[in-house]
Design a protein around this ligand. Structure first.
Ligand code: PEP
Ligand code: MN
Length: 358
């Protein structure tokens, strides 16, 4: 073969490549249009019947030199890329995304405006055990000007034999103490049926890690007029977490705080692995305020302060931790709750750390 001939063939290949590219992009644009249409109609992106028909049509006209399997493979890749193209377009339209709403969402809780750039604390005992126990913690918080009082009345425990919480009695205690000292109540609700009753007592509804994909609960809290603190699931990806928040906002409630609380990894040195980079990712991808729960992510009292500093330094809107007047006898999470002197030191340290950040 003369070198001129070879060079001509190569030129021809380059031209064909460009033609393929042009056709692929033209195809891509049509796929995007189909995606928009499907979205309007609310139909599924992936249609296996349609894909089978397209593939059969291609193979009907195929007559070499490539193997049938090769052609199938190439077109499967094109179909996959198209689906991804539609997915990206869908993603852009998520109501929780920054693309849909560039400004920060401010969540109003009592007198606090969460997400306004001021970094705050949510504190309180793991579980509500008694009026006196909650009151002692609330009074200690008041000394520091904190108003977001959190405690569990319904406790989702790993073992059914562990303390399950005081239920409505616990909600009443929280409300009573919060009203006495001028605070707001943040507490977890575990079933959709309990949401309505809780509205009477609660200022922020917490959806716990174990319920992050309890879609019925998400829909229910999405249709009430109370802020929601949504915790990341034990093994949830950021995308799953964001989609869980989407369930809430899609029902009309945009008052959502996302809470990173550690994820399950192979690491055993901490109860969970605090995914600190989730904070800037969530702040970038969504317009919602982000909290970091240092108690459940670390499961270690000695790590509460350094991880809380990391959370503040990386831009979390809130730091959450648990405090108990006598952690040794706490009915849940006794290993990682702070006592009141430790709590005082924790807040003092973090307030001076915050001052250094600005
Ligand atoms: C809690 O916040 O009380 C709790 C049980 O945490 P998580 O749902 O993150 O495990
Ligand atoms: Mn706890």
């Amino acid at each position: 073969m003369s070198s001129q001939h070879l060079s001509n063939l190569r030129d021809r290949i380059d031209q064909i490549n460009l033609q393929i590219l042009e056709l692929l992009n033209e195809r891509g644009k049509i796929v995007q249009e189909i995606g928009e249409e499907k979205k309007k109609q609310g139909t599924n992106r992936f249609d296996p019947v349609r894909e089978r028909e397209s593939l059969d049509l291609i193979l009907k006209y195929h007559d070499g030199p490539y193997e049938v399997s090769t052609i199938k493979h190439i077109f499967k890749e094109i179909f996959k890329a198209s689906l991804e193209l539609q997915e990206t377009d869908y993603e852009k339209t998520l109501l929780v995304s920054r693309k849909a709403h560039p400004e920060n969402t401010i969540v109003k809780v009592g007198t606090e405006t969460i997400g306004d750039g001021v970094q705050r604390f949510i504190m309180g005992p793991c579980a509500v055990e008694s009026y006196e126990q909650v009151r002692q913690v609330a009074l200690a918080m008041k000394e520091h000007g904190l108003t977001l009082l959190r405690g569990g009345a319904y406790k989702p425990r790993t073992s059914p034999y562990d303390f399950q919480g005081l239920g409505v009695e616990g909600l009443k205690i929280l409300r009573e103490v919060a009203d006495e000292v001028g605070m707001s109540v943040v507490t977890e609700i575990v079933t959709p049926q309990d949401v309505e009753q809780a509205l009477e007592y609660v200022d922020v509804i917490q959806v716990g890690a174990r319920n992050m994909q309890n879609f019925e609960l998400l829909k229910t809290v999405g249709s009430v007029k109370k802020p929601v603190l949504l915790k990341r699931g034990l093994s949830a990806t950021i995308s799953e977490f964001i989609n869980a928040a989407e369930y809430i906002i899609s029902r009309g409630n945009n008052q959502i705080i996302l809470c990173e609380r550690g994820i399950r990894t192979y690491e055993k040195a901490t109860r969970n692995t605090l995914d600190i980079s989730a904070v800037p990712i969530l702040k970038k991808e969504t317009h919602l305020p982000v909290a970091v729960d240092v108690t459940h992510s670390t499961g270690r009292r000695d790590l509460l302060l350094p991880t809380a500093k990391a959370a503040l330094a990386i831009g979390a809107d809130l730091v959450m931790a648990e405090v108990h007047p006598d952690p040794a006898v706490a009915l849940s999470d006794s290993l990682q709750q702070m006592d009141i002197p430790q709590f005082n030191e924790f807040i003092n340290e973090l307030e001076s750390f915050k001052a250094k950040l600005v």
